[in-house]
Structure formats: C-alpha cells, structure tokens
Design a protein around this ligand. Structure first.
Ligand SMILES: [Mn+2]
Length: 260
C-alpha cells in the first residue's frame, strides 16, 4: 500500500533519513578524495557505483548526475564519455534510499587540487547563500521566504564581483532553492495552504537547501562555471539540523583534493 506522505516526519522516518544521508555523504566524500583527471564522467560514476554496492543502501534515490567542465552548467547532467580535465570543476548530484527514504546531496569541487580564482569566487557566493539559508531556517519561516533570501545573497555576490548585471540573474539561477524530501526525492507535499499562503515550517519537516549558479555562453573568465551545493535539513524546535555531512568549505575541499 502506498503510504501518504506527511510534511512532519515521525521518528522512524527521521532515523531512516539520517542513515540515507550518512551513506550518501560517505559516497560523496569518497568521490572527492580520488584522482579524477583523465577519467570520463561515466568512469567516475562507475567508481561511485562500485562502492555503493558495498553499502546498506536499498537503491539509488535517482540516477546519479556527474558533470565536469562546461557540463557543470547543465542542471541535470547525466554522466557521459566526456573526459575530466585539470582545471575543470566536477559537480556530483547523488543520493541513495534507505528503508524507503530518499537522500539528495550535491557537491562541486575541483578536478585537480585547487579551485581557480574565478571558480572560488562563484563557489563562495553559492556557499554563503547556502549557509545563510540554513542559518535562517526555523519554525515559522517558509520555503518561499528562504528562496527569496537565497536569491538576494546570490545576486548581491554576483553584482559585488561584477559577474553579471541584474537582468541576467534569472538565467544563472533558474531553479528553486528547496524542495520537500522524504519517501520521494521531491516529496509530494504541498508548498501552499488552501488560502494560497506558503506553508510555514514546523519541527520535523525535511527539505533540501540547494542554491546554484550556472554561468555559460559567456566571453569572460567565468564561462563554464557551474556550482550547486545541496544538503538535507531537518527543522528543529529552534532552528534546523543539517542531516547530510560532506565537506563544503573551500579549505576542507582542497584538503581532501590534496591527496588525489
Ligand atoms: Mn534536490
């Protein structure tokens, strides 16, 4: 029988989600510590799949996305035969299911040991937006409000570094910051009440925080830089808890990449 999804998750659901996010986080961390220059996107995906086979995961939550270089600017990049090159970014959007609960995590990191100056600029704008949204998450807030905050921080960062003009913004951030998550990656729960007001967050709700920036078809040094950072958060009585756990600070990532 199909269970009706509820916005406020019970203890068992949260427990399963913690395990799902834990396993997915390990797979992300592992992918981040290996050499990838010279591999194809498919070969990198296969490497992750081989480790997945050794975990307690029930299934994939969705087909893994792996994009490198210009393909990081494609929101849903299925892995291809494209070879990963030094100096490129790698974006992996991947999550497994455990006891019927789906996880959804994205990380973006350099194929080599370090981010380039331009990659780092864009990465830090996205990271700031992601962390500020997490900081603002608490009961009473709404996903609409958090999305507005995310857009505000991304735009401010881009304008501050003179990356784009204001009217280009919707092209570089064409998706929402969050979606509900549960038995389905995009859990089928309402975003609005019957009176069309946004659903207010309450303790026990689970959703993703995933701002991104996708810079393509440009003639400047920011061309082909795509960054998305995505975690799963649980709303608590006085804020939220990030359930997924993968390095996301620039120095943490470069430390992991140093071993590749
Ligand atoms: Mn997502």
């Amino acid at each position: 029988m199909r269970q009706k999804s509820s916005l406020i998750k019970d203890k068992e659901a949260v427990k399963a989600m913690r395990t799902a996010c834990g396993i997915s986080s390990q797979l992300h961390t592992l992918s981040m510590t290996g050499a990838v220059v010279g591999l194809t996107e498919k070969e990198l995906a296969q490497k992750i799949s081989r480790v997945y086979e050794t975990t307690e995961a029930g299934s994939w939550a969705y087909p893994m996305l792996v994009g490198a270089g210009s393909r990081t600017t494609i929101i849903h990049a299925q892995p291809t035969q494209k070879k990963i090159k030094e100096g490129e970014l790698v974006l992996i959007d991947m999550g497994i299911k455990y006891k019927g609960f789906a996880s959804d995590i994205t990380r973006t990191w350099p194929a080599g040991k370090k981010f380039t100056k331009e990659q780092k600029t864009i990465y830090e704008i996205v990271l700031t937006a992601q962390k500020e949204v997490i900081k603002a998450t608490r009961p009473g807030e709404t996903l609409t409000g958090l999305h507005a905050l995310s857009k505000e921080i991304l735009l401010e960062g881009l304008l501050c570094h003179k990356v784009i003009s204001k009217d280009e913004f919707s092209e570089v951030f064409p998706h929402k910051t969050s979606h509900w998550i549960g038995r389905l990656v995009h859990d089928a729960c309402p975003y609005f009440n019957e009176d069309e007001t946004a659903v207010k967050l309450e303790a026990g709700m689970l959703f993703t925080v995933e701002p991104g920036l996708y810079l393509k078809n440009r003639k400047d040094k920011y061309n082909n830089i795509g960054v998305r950072i995505e975690d799963v958060v649980l709303v608590t009585e006085d804020g939220c808890e990030v359930i997924s756990s993968v390095a996301k600070e620039v120095d943490e990532i470069e430390e992991l990449r140093a071993y590749c």
